[in-house]
Design a protein around this ligand. Structure first.
Ligand SMILES: Nc1nc2c(ncn2[C@@H]2O[C@H](COP(=O)(O)OP(=O)(O)OP(=O)(O)O)[C@@H](O)[C@H]2O)c(=O)[nH]1
Ligand SMILES: [Mg+2]
Length: 473
């Protein structure tokens, strides 16, 4: 991103399309001056003269550039009226970017907004680059990098749980946790380095045991954050839950029950479902993509063979599998095969047809494994199944939404590097390595953590983060 902080930027901040209101945002040291060229307050006052953070009715004007004949610079208030708008100016540093900001709330049409934006450009602003408003907020110290990313997560959130995670990050909770570990590490580093400097006098500031315990503590915090990633991803993006089982056990009936609608065809004929059927549900704020599949069995029918191939593909992408069995019949060889092959993957055993007499004694399932008895015909046990699915997906804390959770790939990769470096530091302490080596590992750990909040940044990191944004954010 090439833009400097010196120029004043503008962009349409509301989405493309028709809306009652659309906003053009100006930010930078000339925002007020440019705003005064583009809007004329109905009160007759100048925009710079009214109280900051208050709304004013105004006409938006197309500045007349060079047409006046004299100087070539646009003159305020001389152009054609483009629209009626409400205008606010927010004096630095009390704005999103930390700079002088003017927002023009005109009617929300694509053409009118682009004309208003064009007027600002003619008056001296530059079109903002993708994410440049948020980037400026970061560079001006209004947000740390993880908060800047949370702006995007908030805008993109598709589930209530995902939104809550993004909001916590936006409030700086991830940053606080990461910074506290980093501060600990920098403190240790200072001690270790002091030890290096005074090695002649044989002054050791931290005993080996103390140092080890402190590094271990930091490592545990880093690992806790890294481990939260899977849960975080589920909360943010939702999870794929695939319904598997041999033909006729009631997979499609179960899908219909979970969806509360007759989506998939159900018949007493084994091999009814031939294709993969996908639908989404909201499970107490968590988005679940439910996938019904063709029953698994040996078959010569080419359509069913293709269906089973698709079942296998869906199975490989699942975050969780529901292994459905027919509780009214003894387990077959196909049931056992499926149970054996899904050993070790996240799964919930569903024993269906609980309304019929039970014929299944043992499901060949390890003690303690999640088993749920349901009837897709009557709906019995479905609530319990729903909460088991939710629990399995965001396990690691029923209070999943109460703790800080990592959802961003960039953060996870930085945490993984931090975890490696911190392990290395521990190894160095155990081997009584030279203080210089321990210090290098501690520094590497702190630097990796610093990338998350932006305490340590490079142009490359900034470019990668803000490339995800679009113009206007
Ligand atoms: N009594 C009873 N019958 C059920 C229950 N669930 C499903 N069935 C019946 O079992 C038969 C098969 O149901 P489906 O939902 O089509 O089973 P499926 O596993 O999708 O079968 P395929 O698509 O062929 O693999 C139908 O006749 C359903 O009405 C249940 O809980 N109780
Ligand atoms: Mg089916």
């Amino acid at each position: 991103m090439r833009g400097s902080l010196d120029d004043t930027i503008c962009a349409v901040a509301t989405p493309v399309g028709e809306g009652g209101v659309g906003i053009v945002r100006l930010s930078g040291s000339d925002a007020l001056q440019i705003g005064e060229m583009v809007v004329r307050l109905r009160s007759g006052q100048l925009l710079g003269a009214v109280t900051t953070h208050t709304l004013h009715l105004a006409d938006v004007l197309a500045p007349v550039a060079s047409q006046g004949g004299c100087e070539g610079a646009p003159r305020p208030g001389s152009g054609e009226i483009l629209d009626e708008a409400l205008v606010v100016h927010m004096k630095a540093p009390r704005s999103f970017t930390g700079e002088d900001v003017v927002e023009i709330q005109s009617h929300g049409g694509g053409l009118i907004l682009s004309l208003v934006c064009q007027a600002c450009i003619e008056a001296g602003a530059r079109l903002a680059e993708p994410g440049e408003f948020t980037k400026r907020a970061f560079l001006n110290g209004r947000l740390d990098l993880s908060q800047a990313e949370a702006v995007l997560d908030t805008v993109r959130a598709r589930s209530a749980a995902g939104l809550r995670v993004a909001q916590r990050q936006l409030r700086g909770e991830l940053a606080r946790e990461v910074e506290s570990v980093r501060a600990t590490l920098l403190g240790l580093l200072a001690h270790v380095e002091a030890g290096i400097d005074f090695v002649e006098e044989d002054i050791s500031f931290v005993s080996g045991e103390e140092l080890r315990r402190a590094i271990e503590g930091a490592g545990a915090m880093i690992r806790r954050l890294t481990d939260s990633f899977h849960r975080g991803k589920v909360l943010r993006e939702g999870a794929r839950v695939v319904i598997l089982g041999r033909p006729n056990v009631g997979k499609s009936s179960l899908l219909n029950q979970l969806l509360r609608e007759d989506r998939a065809i159900v018949t007493p004929t084994p091999g009814t479902t031939r294709d993969v059927i996908e639908e989404s549900i909201d499970l107490e704020g968590v988005r679940i993509h439910l996938v019904d599949t063709a029953g698994l069995r040996e078959t010569q029918d080419p359509v069913e063979v293709e269906g089973i191939r698709r079942t296998r593909a869906a199975q490989s992408e699942a975050d969780l599998s529901l292994i459905v069995m027919d509780g009214s019949q003894p387990l077959t060889h196909e049931d056992r095969e499926l149970i054996a092959e899904t050993e070790g993957v996240p799964r919930v055993m569903v024993v269906n047809k609980a309304d019929l007499p039970c014929a299944v004694q043992s499901h060949g399932v390890a003690v303690g494994e999640a088993v749920c008895s349901v009837s897709a015909a009557t709906g019995e046990g479905l609530d319990r199944l729903r909460s088991m699915i939710r629990g399995r997906l965001i396990s690691g804390g029923g209070d999943a939404e109460e703790t800080v959770i990592v959802t961003n790939l960039r953060h996870r990769s930085a945490l993984q590097r931090a975890a490696e470096a911190v392990d290395h530091a521990l190894g160095a302490v155990d081997q009584r390595a030279a203080a210089e080596l321990i210090a290098a590992d501690l520094r590497a750990t702190a630097e990796a953590l610093g990338e998350i909040t932006g305490a340590i940044t490079t142009d490359e990191i900034l470019e990668r983060v803000f490339a995800e944004f679009c113009i206007g954010k």
